[in-house]
Design a protein around this ligand. Structure first.
Ligand code: PXG
Length: 448
């Protein structure tokens, strides 16, 4: 590809030396021997550096919910860059961030009337955990310091998030982590629930483990429970029927805050604005990022119930109520991108589109049952997963080969362990769903 930009110095020519960039969550040496580069994107497709089209079955990294390079969002960013590049939000404001906050709380479940801005899912998680701890303290209940996560949970990569998270390789290298953390068991019951369409039947009882944890530590020491309503990163674990309601009931009973990490489920992934709407369960704090700006400018948002926000609003009025925030919390470029994104979602009905497509998606995906090495297929909303049997002694290798083969055949999938995760942009058409499944089927037949 060509296009050297004289003004910025940026180039779409693939550089000869790839060594300087230490790539995140990547097999750096493997990649640099045989790089895969995207240089363009539009709607459902990426363009590679060798000029091929790749169908995006992962919405980038679960974030490009409206599809790529959508005009309203592009225009919003372009205009904002020319109008006002940056403005602080510490002790000063700019109108778009207030407008955005109002629009977001209108979209959020009832009672979640306040929003705190961050720049990523990881920062949203840290913010939510800090709000939970500080909330109990401002209420005079500061002995509630414990945080409860779940095995296989993913809550980003910062210290709070990996402490409550439950993905072992993300934790084991990093020392003592936060103290006072405990974990619920994960909900993956492969023997009982394999090939379930939608919500699995078995496993609601696993929420009762929270009662055991409360019994062990005493409720008066527990600040919050954090879970992903649908666990994404670990390989798509869908909550068993009744499980989330049980968690909600146990938290309410013991005065423990329930935090839903909706970084991947937020903004239409399940066919409702949030998973909370899908399951009819309102948490106390809701963590979001990704789809908030269509992934275009980094931004996260933490929603809280009024009673939590209001508990902080005491003391002298000139005092800062919550000692927390990021330089870029609610910055103008991100706010503009989010407003453009929300407008696009609204105009195109994207926050409910997954509900219309879900039955078609489900049938298409489950047609892969019987393909070589497939030990489970699961789906909910516009999320899907195909779990493969690992190669003996070489975990992750089979799925990674599938990823590389899929890329070569013009399909972008995500893999984690030996699980293939799918989450196409919410603009996907039925024929593109067919294409995803057909291409994936071929790949599954080709990998060893
Ligand atoms: N919480 C959840 C539930 C997430 O899925 C984060 C927090 C952290 O967000 P940031 O913006 O800090 O990355 C995430 C991120 C994958 C994949 O392939 C998932 C994420 C990120 C990258 C890849 O499943 N989720």
């Amino acid at each position: 590809m060509t296009d050297f930009d004289k003004k910025t110095g940026a180039s779409n020519v693939v550089p000869n030396d790839l060594s300087a960039f230490w790539m995140p969550f990547s097999a750096n040496r493997q990649f640099k021997k045989n790089p895969r580069m995207f240089v363009g994107a539009a709607d459902m497709h990426y363009t590679t550096s060798d000029g091929r089209q790749v169908l995006d079955a992962t919405a980038g990294l679960w974030c490009v919910n409206a599809g790529h390079c959508r005009p309203k969002i592009t225009e919003a960013i372009q205009n904002q860059a020319a109008e006002m590049d940056f403005a602080p939000t510490f002790q000063i404001g700019h109108p778009k961030v207030f407008d955005l906050a109002n629009k977001l709380v209108d979209l959020a479940p009832d009672g979640m009337d306040h929003v705190f801005f961050t720049n990523s899912g990881s920062e949203s998680v840290e913010t939510a955990l800090k709000i939970a701890l500080a909330y109990h303290r401002v209420k005079g209940d500061g002995a509630r310091f414990r945080l409860i996560g779940r095995e296989r949970g993913y809550h980003g990569v910062n210290f709070g998030g990996i402490s409550v998270g439950g993905i072992v390789p993300n934790r084991k290298m990093f020392g003592t982590l936060l103290t006072g953390v405990d974990h619920l068991p994960h909900t993956h019951l492969l023997e009982k629930n394999a090939f379930t369409k939608g919500e699995p039947e078995h496993g609601a009882y696993l929420a009762d483990e929270l009662e055991r944890i409360v019994g062990l530590h005493d409720a008066s020491t527990i600040a919050a429970v954090i879970v992903e309503p649908v666990a994404g990163s670990t390989g798509v674990l869908i909550p068993p029927k009744g499980y989330l309601q049980k968690l909600r009931d146990i938290c309410t009973k013991h005065g423990i805050l329930l935090i839903f990490d909706e970084v991947i489920t937020g903004f239409g992934r399940l066919g409702t604005p949030f998973a909370s709407d899908f399951y009819g369960i309102i948490p106390d704090i809701m963590v979001t990022a990704k789809g908030l700006t269509n992934g275009v400018i980094p931004m996260g948002a933490v929603f809280v119930k009024s009673e939590i926000h209001d508990a902080f609003m005491s003391g002298p009025e000139h005092m800062i109520e919550f000692m927390h925030g990021y330089t870029y919390s609610g910055n103008p470029m991100a706010a503009a991108a989010a407003l453009g994104t929300l407008a696009t979602y609204k105009e195109e009905g994207l926050l409910t589109r997954a509900a219309e497509l879900a039955p078609y998606w489900e049938e298409a995906l489950h047609s892969l049952k019987g393909a070589p090495n497939v030990i489970d297929i699961r789906n909910i909303g516009l999320i899907g997963a195909v779990e493969l049997a690992p190669i003996k002694g070489e975990p992750t290798k089979r799925a990674f080969s599938a990823f590389v083969k899929a890329f070569e055949s013009g399909l972008l999938i995500r893999t984690t362990g030996d699980i293939i995760a799918l989450s196409p942009p919410l603009i996907v058409s039925k024929s593109q769903i067919d294409e995803i499944v057909e291409k994936l089927g071929k790949v599954l037949n080709e990998v060893d």
